[in-house]
Write a protein that binds this ligand. Structure first.
Ligand SMILES: [Zn+2]
Ligand SMILES: [Zn+2]
Length: 135
């Protein structure tokens, strides 16, 4: 038994017990939940993959897009955090695709889910006011 710490899930893993795979896996930069195949191979990490998705790594390499990249990732991460806070979860479907489940367990489109959480947020309701001359 050889123990190593997984830098992704922060747990001690017995390397001899077999592969330690995270699939699906959450990108540590943008917070997207993606299939393991979306993370470039990285032999020195315990699950054999980078913890940033290919998209984030590509963006990070594009020096001219650095500013845009930070904004884009921040926004995406905020959206993903919001969806999780509202009880949405990603699952692997039967065709090895990722599906987003609503808190009631039904399939929902990501953009649709974002609209739903927007509707549910505690934004102050616009209250209709009556002009004084009505009185
Ligand atoms: Zn792990
Ligand atoms: Zn990412």
């Amino acid at each position: 038994m050889r123990l190593r710490r997984c830098t992704y899930c922060e747990s001690q893993v017995d390397v001899d017990a077999g592969p330690h795979i995270h699939d699906p896996k959450e990108c540590q930069d943008c917070g997207d939940v993606l299939l393991a195949s979306s993370f470039p191979r990285h032999p020195s990490s315990l699950d054999g993959r980078r913890h940033q998705c290919a998209r984030c790594i590509r963006l990070a390499r594009d020096v001219e897009a650095v500013q845009e990249h930070v904004l884009d990732q921040g926004e995406r991460k905020r959206e993903n955090d919001l969806l999780r806070e509202h009880g949405y979860a990603w699952r692997i479907g039967k065709d090895r695709d990722l599906i987003l489940l609503s808190p009631s367990g039904t399939w929902v489109d990501r953009s649709r889910a974002l609209i739903e959480v927007g509707e549910r947020s505690d934004e102050p309701q616009w209250v209709e006011t009556h002009p004084l001359d009505e009185w």
